[in-house]
Design a protein around this ligand. Structure first.
Ligand code: MOS
Length: 687
């Protein structure tokens, strides 16, 4: 046995924390490069149509301007299959705000000033940006599910709930905006990108530019936040790389302004969800349905799979879930923290609160009564499902037992007071292909190489903890390198899979190392090098794997103004082993904070006349600030799940946001007696 203290589970400080607070951590456009050129995008001012004329004369005359790249002079892409990424390849316009030219100059100020001088003429086509459930051109996404007979069960049910819930288009507000430094030199491309996955970016660029993967180098050691939109490549990345081709070997730096990021990196799709629930007289669900209509784009389909959690949350023999997409002349939606589960659980968990009341049951008791033995969707047993434990533990700590269920009866001065609960869930996803290499050195030190990314989550630190335990080494003997395609291939930070995929590859490499150099034996002079990979999980297909949680919220609603405050939240989660108690708690707390923001603030207003978001900045697109967030407490229950992966982890990046908005909404109902079914809960909806 090793004498090293196990570090998984402890609250290790973020290893790169000091570099970050001292300003030594380099972000995408801070890496030192020689003689950079600054790029600024020109964006389309129509939502649909084509460019008939583009006059770059005045822009080119601006001092310091080097080039204006348009569809007339842009290098040709090797692949234009993806309409979102076929940047500057044709005069066609698919959404307002789409990049239609790149101005290159000696300073970012010159580039930005000159971008305003590019004159564009359009042949405008009629656009359509209106999301509604009764459009006759909705298209089916291919993930409908049906069990039993929902309609017949609703007819037979003693209690029926049938209501429509809506969630708005939302946007990513990462601290570091999407940004890229791109350098072409002798046929090889180097990109410093603000990305959730360096190899994802490399693979996208390999296809788009027809270059061999060996000739594309993507670097992202530090990333200032990513909530999904930094997973897939977006148009600005292609624009930067095309522009760099024109001025090579000079590097090109492109930073999106906050306003530009609204259309260019994709929103969370708006949803309209019709939830139908049927129950018998004892409050056992007999029917569960969710018909989802979600915003998609004419350029490319994206399915916000909001119905997915409805498939597996509660027992009911009759179930139907449908997804229909509206292909609008809007930017292509993208992943945003718990895509699908987040808006889907807002609808389902608000409906569950309404149904509990209709059945005359406490909302916790109602959920416990409908706890399934096996996953109703797949029929598989759960590898672990501790929702009930979370609900009970949360109820105890939150003081739920004293709750008077009558709505609109508690006052604190001018404020109405209420409490609410909702469940949370997120699947244990996995992606294949990640590799990790370990160099063991004769002095007892280890270097671990893996192309993972830390988007601010603490993943870098957590992987170092996992490596240290797997190697039986002290933490300070292990150095993990991430964020570079020169390192072994890794999947990106997405779907809460990072620790599962990357950690499993590291554990596999450590196991191989021990086969070569058994513990206690000296490492040969010159060291030992092994590479491992994320193994196929032998348990997959045999167990249903999800994390769960219980979210509690206390709200105060002002009697006269309808203002909602959230002084207190509690989240109790069951997410397998938590690798780092500090950064893990921060992930869950951050998710809940984003959930309060979703509940009360976030909403893009699309102007139907022009097809753009009118509140496309942080002044008018509100995200929760410190003053909006009260006391948020996070904890988890011990959960030992031997099926998910060798570390017993389930993923925590997205779980914390799921259900949080419903808990707030349910508390608002308890405070006021008013049920809000469309987010965000703005004061006008309560007056
Ligand atoms: Mo997450 S939306 O998969 O980055």
């Amino acid at each position: 046995m090793s004498t090293a203290t196990r570090v998984v589970g402890t609250a290790v400080d973020r290893l790169e924390g000091e570099a970050k607070v001292r300003g030594r951590a380099l972000y995408a456009t801070e890496h030192p490069v020689d003689d950079p050129v600054f790029a600024h995008l020109v964006q389309s001012r129509i939502a649909r149509g084509r460019i008939t004329g583009i006059d770059t004369g005045a822009a080119l005359e601006e001092p310091g301007v080097l080039d204006v790249v348009t569809h007339h002079n842009a290098p040709e892409l090797a692949s234009t299959d993806d309409a979102e990424l076929a940047v500057l390849q044709s005069p066609d316009v698919g959404y307002r705000g789409q990049p239609i030219a790149v101005v290159l100059a000696e300073s970012s100020e010159s580039a930005r000033a000159a971008a305003g001088l590019v004159r564009v003429e359009y042949e405008q086509a009629e656009h359509d940006v209106h999301l509604s459930a009764d459009r006759d051109d909705l298209v089916a996404a291919d993930d409908d599910r049906e069990q039993g007979d929902l309609d017949a069960a609703l007819v037979r049910a003693d209690v029926v709930h049938d209501a429509v819930y809506t969630t708005p288009q939302e946007h990513h507000i990462a601290l570091e905006p999407h940004a890229t430094t791109a350098v072409w030199s002798e046929g090889a491309l180097t990109v410093y990108d603000s990305t959730q996955g360096v190899h994802w970016v490399r693979d996208a660029l390999t296809d788009l530019f027809g270059v061999d993967p060996e000739n594309v180098h993507v670097v992202a050691p530090h990333v200032g936040g990513g909530f999904g939109s930094k997973g897939p490549a977006h148009a600005h990345l292609v624009a930067a790389v095309l522009a760099a081709q024109r001025v090579q070997p000079r590097p090109v730096k492109l930073v999106l302004t906050r306003q530009q990021s609204f259309p260019i990196v994709g929103p969370r799709a708006a949803t309209i969800q019709r939830i139908r629930l049927g129950a018998d007289a004892e409050g056992h669900l007999t029917a569960v349905g969710n018909d989802v209509v979600a915003q998609s784009a004419r350029l490319k389909d994206f399915t916000e799979q909001a119905g997915t959690p409805t498939a597996m949350m509660y027992a009911a023999p009759n179930r139907r879930i449908t997804h229909r997409l509206a292909r609008l002349d809007l930017p292509v939606p993208t992943w945003m923290r718990a895509p699908g589960e987040c808006p889907g659980m807002f609808a389902l968990e608000t409906a569950m609160d309404e149904m509990a009341i209709a059945c005359g049951l406490d909302p916790i008791e109602f959920r416990i009564r409908n706890e399934p033995d096996t996953d109703p969707d797949s029929g598989l047993p759960y590898s672990s499902r501790n929702l009930v434990v979370c609900l009970r533990e949360g109820a105890r700590r939150f003081g739920w037992a004293d709750r008077d269920p009558a709505p609109g009866t508690r006052r604190a001065g001018e404020w109405l007071v209420g409490t609410g609960v909702a469940a949370s869930t997120y699947p244990v996803n996995s992606m294949p292909g990640t590799q990790a290499t370990i160099h063991a050195q004769p002095d007892g030190r280890y270097r671990v190489l893996i192309g993972a990314t830390d988007i601010g989550t603490g993943a870098w630190t957590a992987l170092t903890q996992i490596a240290a335990d797997a190697l039986g080494a002290e933490l300070d003997r292990v150095t993990v390198s991430i964020g570079d395609t020169d390192l072994p291939w890794a999947s990106g930070a997405g779907g809460s899979t990072g620790i599962t995929c990357w950690g499993s590859a590291i554990v596999d490499a450590a196991r191989r190392l021990r086969e070569e150099v058994p513990e206690g034996q000296p490492v040969p002079e010159g060291g030992a090098v092994v590479t491992g990979a994320t193994p196929d999980n032998p348990h997959s297909g045999q167990w249903s794997m999800h994390s769960f949680g219980a979210q509690f919220a206390e709200v105060r609603v002002h009697r006269d103004t309808g203002e909602v405050r959230v002084p207190r939240m509690l989240g109790i989660f069951a997410a397998g082993r938590i690798v780092n108690a500090k950064t893990g708690a921060s992930q869950l707390l951050g998710g809940m904070t984003m959930g309060v923001s979703m509940a009360l603030h976030e909403q893009a207003h699309v102007d139907p006349r022009f097809g753009h978001v009118i509140n496309q900045d942080m002044e008018k697109y509100h995200v929760a600030s410190c003053a909006d967030i009260g006391d948020v407490e996070v904890d988890w229950v011990d959960e030992d799940d031997p099926h998910v992966n060798p570390m017993g982890t389930k993923g925590i990046g997205e779980l914390g946001i799921v259900g949080a908005a419903a808990a707030v909404d349910n508390a608002v109902h308890h405070a006021t007696g008013t049920r809000v079914r469309d987010l965000p809960i703005t004061p006008d909806k309560l007056l």
